[in-house]
Write a protein of this length. Structure first.
Ligand code: KIV
Ligand code: NA
Length: 275
């Protein structure tokens, strides 16, 4: 069954949890679709996990279209949301609508996502009015990392929590069909989820959200080293991949790969005439 803005809303109304993962490539998107994931976000986190950048600031529209298109070509039933990169929607409402349109036309997205609350409501309204579903993103908004002073939990103070509730209501009023809540206290995410009629998709926001999202490299254990508190490794694929790379390296050097069964044959008499 095709996942749409309507099915996402219906799932919230029925109390069914929504599963989302990030994805940036065709092969992985096929696996996520086959696993029955409801929605894929082509996140601008591709700057970090695919391009090796220190943050999402430098990610371009062209990056989002290239990686987004690869994912969209793999998906039939999965909803594909593509992130609007930094500075593709902040400058003006007109630029925001044009760039959202490019992600739909060139990236073949089903929806777009942008970061921010009351400040980007004019953009959310205009993009939605153009027939493009908008997912909002509140709490830790990585494109504002320089203004936030680092990657830290948001909405812990009364003032911060109040602003988050107000922003959540504002983006819903502006027409957003869903909202990502990133790195906020679980109780606050639960409160916001109960106040909104649109689904909340949490990351580092506890089980009270209407759905969850994780960066797939994080949940597969593809990165060794730093693991944020909210990440769970559902597999240790990084270790498995490294073991496979090592085994290949050893077999190539030992001459045991390729073996007979991996080898193409030709007629001996054809070969003879070459000598
Ligand atoms: O870019 C991204 O991966 C995101 C999710 C973490 C919500 O915005
Ligand atoms: Na993002």
């Amino acid at each position: 069954m095709k996942n749409t803005v309507a099915t996402f809303l219906a799932m919230k109304q029925k109390g069914e949890k929504i599963s989302m993962l990030t994805c940036y490539d065709y092969s992985t998107a096929r696996l996520e679709e086959e696993a029955g994931i409801n929605g894929i976000l082509v996140g601008d986190s591709l700057g970090n996990v695919m391009l090796g950048l220190p943050d999402t600031i430098s990610v371009t529209m062209e990056d989002m279209i290239t990686f987004g298109g690869a994912v969209a070509r793999a998906c039939n039933d999965t909803m594909v949301v593509i992130d609007m990169p930094f500075m593709s929607y902040q400058v003006s409402v007109e630029q925001a609508v044009m760039n959202a349109g490019r992600l739909m036309k060139e990236g073949r997205a089903n929806a777009v996502k942008l970061e921010g609350g009351a400040a980007v409501c004019p953009q959310i309204k205009a993009i939605t009015d153009a027939g493009i579903p908008v997912m909002a993103h509140l709490g830790l908004t990585p494109q504002s990392v320089n203004a936030l002073g680092g990657h830290r939990v948001q909405g812990k103070s009364e003032e911060g929590a109040k602003r988050l509730v107000e922003d959540a209501l504002a983006i819903q009023e502006a027409g957003a069909f869903a909202v990502v809540l990133e790195c906020i206290p679980a109780k606050l995410a639960e409160l916001i989820s109960s106040k909104l009629t649109i689904p909340t998709i949490g990351i580092g926001a506890g089980a009270g959200c209407d759905g969850q999202i994780l960066v797939y490299q994080d949940m597969l254990g593809l990165f060794s080293g730093f693991k944020p508190k909210f990440v769970k490794h559902f597999a240790e694929l990084g270790e498995q991949m490294k073991a496979a790379f090592r085994a290949y390296d050893e077999e190539v050097k030992a001459g045991t790969y390729p073996a007979e069964e991996h080898t193409f044959k030709m007629d001996d008499d054809v070969l003879q005439r070459l000598y």
